[in-house]
Write a protein that binds this ligand. Structure first.
Ligand SMILES: Cc1ncc(COP(=O)(O)O)c(C=O)c1O
Length: 457
């Protein structure tokens, strides 16, 4: 073998600290607020999250030590390899060098357990015995199920009913890891009963499942709620991805020109991008691109506003790019990218001009996912295929310009539980599911009357 295909790190080389971008932002992110416009205090969040995670949420310390017990679990699959996609490069006839960080190696198959393990650890340390959460297609629920079992907590997952029925394998994974997974809405919470009374055949939604999981947490003994994206501490835990990638590039003696990741709530993108933004803030010249679905174009078409994280408006108002909390995304197969809001930190770095955002239609993403599988072997999650589609656009541009660009993408997860989406694509049954201006305007109306965030600086 003349050329190498991947860079691996030893367990000893795993980063020992997470990177907190809040220490380096040119302007601070506006705080979450209550509906009366007053900032949310840590005490108000205490029934929902343990205080040690709330402290992390508001911390402005640049480096935060990763507890030894967390590292020992992450070491089951970390450090993850950084691959050079030589076969994809050859298929594209591009002079660009394409790299991908393979987060599909974790037992549940995505980046999600990087924060699930940390959150389970901090809850256990705080004396919590049980965690509740919601899940759509099941990546997050299965990650938290595994993490709770390994740390020693009980776990209950409210899974959107339509996914519970259509995607049985994720629910089976959660069971195998010892978690209780139920179809939401249930008749065991007030929120669930209210929805069932109106429509006993409802397919459920992420917003309903969030309401049930929070209600369960605040009304049960020794129980808290856990969220798999959006919040600052979740993004913090994911920075191990970018920190490892930087070490891997150092070994190669090179540095990326372009960093790419897909965005749903923003956690895998931030995990890869924020350590590189530290370099950018300190003078390095590079582009960082967030890729979202054209069917759910939060960063590219949603305003930066204060909005709620769920339909029932149970969460505080977060400063973020949003399509409106009543937005119902089209049924694209990238279930993890179908969210109306975006992490405040990701929204904020876009406002600061530190990153770019692009929306790509579903069919181009599936074409990219299939080309990737047929050249590199791994079948990507439909979410991940958005990062691949943008990488291909940039590699083709490099070919047209005759430039030897170095591109790295975060490969957020495998698609082995999403094969029905690939089947539908290959049978020609999918469409792009674009968002009309009328539908967007209708959904944005739900934010009328909410307070507005201040302008930058
Ligand atoms: C494989 C994969 N990639 C990406 C995402 C999007 O989430 P986030 O933007 O928080 O990384 C998900 C969410 O479920 C996912 O399962």
């Amino acid at each position: 073998m003349r050329e190498s295909f991947k860079v691996v790190l030893t367990e000893k080389e795993m980063p020992r600290e997470w990177y907190n971008i809040q220490a380096d932002l040119p302007h601070p992110v506006p705080p979450p607020i209550a509906k009366d416009g007053k900032p949310v205090t840590p005490e108000m969040l205490a029934p929902v999250f343990p205080m040690n995670l709330i402290e992390q949420e508001v911390s402005t310390k640049r480096w935060i030590r990763i507890p030894e017990a967390v590292l020992e679990i992450l070491a089951i699959w970390r450090p993850t390899p950084l691959y050079r996609a030589r076969r994809l490069e050859a298929a594209l006839k591009t002079p660009a060098k394409i790299f991908y960080k393979n987060e599909g190696f974790s037992p549940p198959g995505s980046h999600k357990p990087n924060t699930a393990v940390a959150q389970a650890y901090y809850n256990r340390q705080f004396g919590i015995k049980r965690l509740t959460t919601e899940t759509g297609a099941g990546q997050w629920g299965s990650a938290l199920a595994m993490a709770c079992k390994l740390i020693g907590l009980e776990c209950k997952v409210y899974m959107v009913r339509i996914s519970f029925e259509q995607k049985p394998f994720r629910k089976m994974m959660m069971r195998a890891w010892g978690a209780e997974c139920v179809a939401s809405p249930t008749s065991t919470t007030e929120a669930g009963r209210a929805v069932l009374a109106q429509d006993p055949n409802t397919p459920g939604s992420l917003a309903i499942a969030i309401s049930e999981a929070i209600e369960d947490a605040v009304t049960s003994k020794d129980t808290r709620y856990s969220l798999g994206s959006v919040l600052n501490h979740v993004l913090l835990h994911q920075t191990i991805i970018g920190l490892e990638t930087q070490k891997q590039f150092k070994k190669l003696g090179t540095y990326p020109d372009i960093v790419i990741g897909c965005v749903g709530g923003g956690s895998n993108f931030a995990g890869m991008a924020f350590p590189f933004l530290y370099d950018k803030i300190n003078g390095k010249n590079l582009r960082v691109v967030a890729v979202e679905p054209a069917g759910c174009p939060t960063l590219t078409r949603g305003p930066f506003a204060y909005d709620s994280g769920d339909v029932a408006m149970m969460t505080p108002l977060l400063p973020m790019h949003t399509l409106g909390h009543t937005f119902v995304p089209a049924p694209i197969h990238a279930g993890g990218l179908r969210y109306h809001g975006m992490a405040p930190l990701v929204s904020h770095v876009l406002r600061e001009g530190l990153i770019e955002a692009v929306a790509i239609p579903q069919l181009e993403c599936f074409r990219a996912g299939v080309l990737f599988a047929q050249t590199e072997g791994f079948i990507p999650a439909p979410e991940t295929s958005h990062a691949i589609a943008m990488t291909i656009r940039e590699a083709e541009r490099a070919r047209e310009e005759g430039k030897e660009k170095v591109i790295v993408m975060n490969w957020s997860g495998h698609g082995l539980m999403d094969l029905s989406g690939y089947d539908a694509f290959l049978d020609g049954k999918l469409s792009d599911c674009l968002l009309s201006d009328e539908d967007l305007a209708r959904s944005l109306k739900s934010m009328e009357g909410l307070p507005k965030p201040p302008n930058l600086g």
